[in-house]
Ligand binder design. Structure first.
Ligand code: SF4
Length: 65
């Protein structure tokens, strides 16, 4: 599983980072990017889905690669 953040949609609410800081990096303005290469460790998959569901801009997607 891998997460992706669409930077055109992200509005910097920072919710994703609050939910699972291991999977996101945020800049000084709160805009998020996937941490590292975006690969989600098995034990964080549920939290990754939670972050997707809680992004108000629908900016986070998951792929199964
Ligand atoms: S929750 Fe969504 S809009 Fe907010 S920082 Fe994360 S990716 Fe961006």
């Amino acid at each position: 599983m891998r997460i992706h953040v669409d930077s055109d949609k992200c509005e910097g609410h920072n919710r994703c980072y609050s939910i699972v800081p291991e999977l996101f990096d945020v800049d000084d303005y709160g805009y998020a990017t996937a941490a590292g290469d975006g690969v989600v460790p098995k034990e964080l998959e549920d939290k990754a889905r939670l972050a997707v569901d809680n992004c108000p801009e629908y900016a986070i997607t998951i792929s199964e690669d």
